[in-house]
Unconditional design. Structure first.
Length: 121
């Protein structure tokens, strides 16, 4: 192999690795908040959401309803736990995110304030 070709190959590999390096975003759930409540993402940019539930007793979840952007997910996180999910939004737009827990009595977590927006630019 010619030395020049190897350089080109290595440069290509490094560029590809950088391009697919996901952005890590920490989302914190508590009673009854999602922080940040607006996620600003870029179409085609891979992200890892680390979803942290800081509540002492209550499990929460993060639902993202963005079928048009190739994402429909629900991450369930026990009290005091962290879960992560990785995805790449494909279509720009504004999409809903929420905790869909509905206790047998009383208001849903969404009604209590656990909702927000995922903006894909
Ligand atoms: Cu909840």
């Amino acid at each position: 192999m010619r030395p020049g070709l190897l350089t080109v190959l290595l440069a290509t590999l490094c560029t590809a690795a950088l391009a697919t390096e996901p952005r890590v975003i920490v989302v914190t759930l508590n009673n009854y908040t999602i922080k940040p409540d607006t996620l600003i993402l870029k179409a085609g940019e891979p992200v890892i959401l680390k979803v942290k539930n800081e509540a002492t007793f209550i499990p929460h979840n993060l639902v993202i309803k963005a079928a048009q952007a190739g994402i429909e997910l629900k991450v369930v996180v026990g009290a005091g736990k962290t879960s992560e999910v990785r995805f790449t939004p494909t279509q720009p737009g504004n999409y809903e995110l929420l905790c869909d827990t509905q206790p047998p009595i009383g208001k849903s977590h969404q009604e209590k304030g656990m909702h927000g927006m995922m903006v894909v630019e």
